[in-house]
Design a protein around this ligand. Structure first.
Ligand code: C5P
Length: 410
């Protein structure tokens, strides 16, 4: 799975001949699993029309007709700025960058960039002399200083016949640059273990006890840890999700299998995110053959407790930094805090489940982080975004502890 999978990207296209490459870039991003909303300036539409982008993105293209207005039913500049995980303007003309540098917001794309609180990337494309002009240099320096990422341009033959810097980067390179924006590096080379998904406890050869966990949160945590530069091992119960690119994945079925897989590798990992919804019980003796309903008017199952994998990990010598999840339908914070203490964890993430919007099987998560001395509300959002916030917070605390442990005693 590409690290662009699930990302919400606004692809802004301004009026330059390189716009023909943006259609191909869009195709690559969509193939990576990104959700891409194209925003065209009026000049851009003179080069490649909205239908091309609409067909490739499967979304109505946002185009300004006047000031910041959008097509009926589309998102306005504020909604788009909130929706986007990143905005990439490719190609970005000299004129567009000049307007952006001065905070002008006379059209949809520039106004959404002004309202944006997420990463902004620009892929300039223009004639060599325009690129080298002091006005363009100054505008670019200002945009860089304010945090914009600038991808390219490269040197080469130009559409106008000139030779020199100003060509938009090739699309494969732009896609790589875009991916790298999400790579924070805070956990560079740290071995991180993540358990995810449900477990299945066999009742007979064809039936099992399970739960509604989709694995989405655990996979998002693994993805966010990869973005942070970690070496990720993902131990996953049965889910229908793609393994995040770069993770080592071990597939398991039952809690016992998950326990064996986790304990075998936990000592060589420095952080353990225990996101899996491990079944608390298993069937005492699964039937060796299919249970026949003709034989039982009432079927009684004897269930026995499964070992607590997370508590076992936190108990091993030199245990990794342990992060548990408390999925609760009521008494969220009290239950979560009790588990933090009972299992001897460094952190626990409290998340309400069982509602219509958040939790098991849903796309959104509502997370609060708790530790012995306090708590932090991480908020509610798509699981991918929540996972990034969580990994950032966990990385900060883990690194603080490592630094404190490494400091010489006085
Ligand atoms: O006790 P409870 O199941 O609510 O605890 C949830 C946390 O403990 C999760 O992090 C889950 O992955 C972990 N857990 C475990 N082994 C179990 C049950 C839960 O590791 N048998």
């Amino acid at each position: 799975m590409s690290s662009m999978a699930g990302k919400q990207v606004v692809l802004g296209v301004t009026g330059g001949i390189a716009a023909y490459k943006s259609a191909e870039l869009l195709r690559l991003l969509v193939r990576d699993g990104a959700h891409v909303q194209v925003v065209l300036t009026r000049a851009a539409a003179q080069f490649v029309g909205p239908r091309t982008y609409q067909a490739l993105s499967g979304r109505r293209v946002a185009m300004e007709t006047d000031a910041v207005s959008v097509e009926p039913g589309g998102m306005d500049h504020i909604a788009l700025a909130h929706w986007a995980d990143v905005v990439l303007v490719a190609p970005a003309t000299a004129d567009f960058m000049a307007r952006l540098a001065h905070g002008l917001a006379g059209d949809l794309l520039s106004s959404l960039c002004l309202a944006l609180e997420k990463p902004l990337a620009l892929a300039p494309a223009m004639n060599r002399a325009m690129w080298e002009h002091p006005a363009t240099r100054a505008n670019l320096a200002l945009l860089r200083e304010r945090g914009a990422a600038v991808f390219g341009p490269e040197d080469g033959a130009q559409a106008c016949g000139d030779q020199g810097p100003g060509r938009m980067l090739e699309v494969a390179e732009l896609r790589r640059c875009l991916e790298s924006l999400f790579h924070t590096g805070v956990l560079r080379s740290v071995p991180v273990l993540v358990s995810a998904g449900p477990t299945r406890e066999a009742l007979d050869p064809v039936r099992y006890l399970g739960n509604y966990s989709s694995g989405r949160m655990g996979y998002a945590v693994a993805g966010a840890a990869l973005e942070a530069g970690a070496q990720v091992t993902l131990i996953s119960g049965p889910v229908s999700l793609e393994t995040p690119a770069g993770a080592r994945c071990v597939s398991v079925r039952s809690a016992a299998e998950m326990r064996d897989a986790v304990l075998a590798v936990a000592p060589v990992h420095r952080i353990f995110f225990s996101v899996a919804a491990v079944s608390d019980y298993r069937c005492d003796t699964p039937a060796p053959r299919k249970i026949r309903k003709e034989e039982h008017e009432v079927l009684q199952l004897r269930l026995i407790r499964n070992p607590d994998i997370l508590a076992e990990v936190s108990g091993i010598p030199e245990a990794p930094f342990t992060v548990g999840f408390a999925a609760e339908t009521e008494g969220l914070l009290e239950h979560a805090r009790a588990k933090l203490l009972a299992k001897g964890l460094d952190l626990i993430v409290a998340n309400p489940v069982g509602g219509a919007e958040y939790g098991f099987g849903r796309r959104h998560g509502d997370l609060t982080l708790l530790w012995e001395g306090g708590s932090l509300v991480l908020g509610r959002d798509r699981k991918e975004l929540m996972a990034r916030r969580l990994v950032r917070e966990v990385a900060r605390r883990y690194l603080e502890r490592e630094t404190a442990d490494a400091a010489p005693a006085h």
